[in-house]
Ligand binder design. Sequence first.
Ligand code: RB5
Length: 145
Amino acid sequence: MLREKIYIASDHAGFELKEKICEFLKNKQISFTDLGTDSKQSCDYPDYAHLLASKMDSKSFGILICGTGIGISITANKHKKIRCALCHESLSAKFARKHNDANVLALGARLIGVDLALDIIENFIQTPFEEGRHIKRIQKIEAGL
Ligand code: RB5
């Protein structure tokens, strides 16, 4: 893994997939912090996206899961230092790292299976940012409107 730690969070719709991902990270001895939710009881995805965003620093990656990955990624991207990529296949995850230096990965638990989710995560956490021509573009994202 390219960073020291992973923060992971989901809403109720992403809870079961989050549990499987935590098990996978544990087996791989990858350091992570599970920020909840803790059950399938209905909750609001923005609460978990904001919580995860508040913990993130340059040494961490984030993984956010909701039903589609849409609400939770929209919320995360409201934070200036977060570049959250919603990925439903592995190539997007690879390019989100290479070209966009994404630091948070969003997944839609109602749209993809566990094996695919884990492969997406592997691609995300193992792929370095290419830098070069992409640095200027990241700076333009950060500059805002
Ligand atoms: C919850 O029902 C669902 O709306 C949420 O998990 C997510 O898909 C929103 O974007």
